[in-house]
Design a protein around this ligand. Structure first.
Ligand code: HEC
Length: 171
């Protein structure tokens, strides 16, 4: 951001000197006004390029759901991959929306509540324990829904995929 600002500042100076050869007429105040207007434009462009929270949540849901099959099927390699993708989706949400108010809290603070479940999921994967996987997956899902409830979004109820956890088990 700082570098972008410096580059744009230099471009602005060059542009000004091209348009108005008599630089003595360019006052400091004019420069400030132009910089302010450029900053506003950058903010608008940055906001337009930022993926919407709902898009990031859908991406998160995809990876969350994709952990289930390999988890109950013992495909630890695929599960590790989807776990990493889930983590990356959560990091993107934190980086872009961590400061956004959420109920009486903030998105970043609410995301911290997922850490215990994510740690135990990571642990279940590293020791390749299916029972621990199921427990921590359910705990993570519960936390997703807790966060939705905290901001009156109860209707976004995340469930584990409907396939039975073990062969022969009825839901
Ligand atoms: C920090 C709180 C928080 C956590 C934790 C959270 N969500 Fe969300 N979720 C939201 C908010 C806020 C929205 C509404 C976004 C919007 O519409 O702008 C949302 C919306 C969604 C949506 C609907 C997106 C759409 O189409 O509009 C899905 C799907 C979703 N979340 C999945 C998940 C999953 C899966 C998890 C857990 C792995 C999770 N969320 C954890 C806050 C959270």
């Amino acid at each position: 951001m700082k570098n972008t600002f410096i580059v744009l500042f230099v471009i602005n100076i060059v542009a000004i000197s091209c348009q108005e050869p008599d630089t003595s007429r360019v006052t400091i105040e004019t420069l400030h006004q132009r910089m302010d207007s450029l900053e506003k434009k950058i903010e608008i462009v940055e906001a337009a390029l930022r993926p919407r929270l709902s898009v990031l949540m859908n991406q998160l849901q995809l990876h969350h759901a994709r952990m289930w099959d390999p988890g109950i099927g013992g495909n630890w390699e695929l599960l590790s991959y989807e776990f990493k993708e889930t983590r990356e989706s959560l990091d993107a949400i934190r980086n872009l929306y961590g400061e956004k108010p959420h109920g009486s809290s903030k998105i970043g603070i609410e995301l911290d509540q997922l850490e215990t479940a994510l740690d135990s999921l990571n642990n279940a994967i590293s020791i390749q324990n299916k029972d621990n996987f199921v427990k921590s997956y359910q705990s993570l899902t519960f936390k997703c829904n807790n966060c939705h409830k905290a901001a009156g979004l109860d209707f976004y109820e995340i469930i584990k995929p409907l396939k039975p956890a073990y062969s022969g088990e009825m839901q």
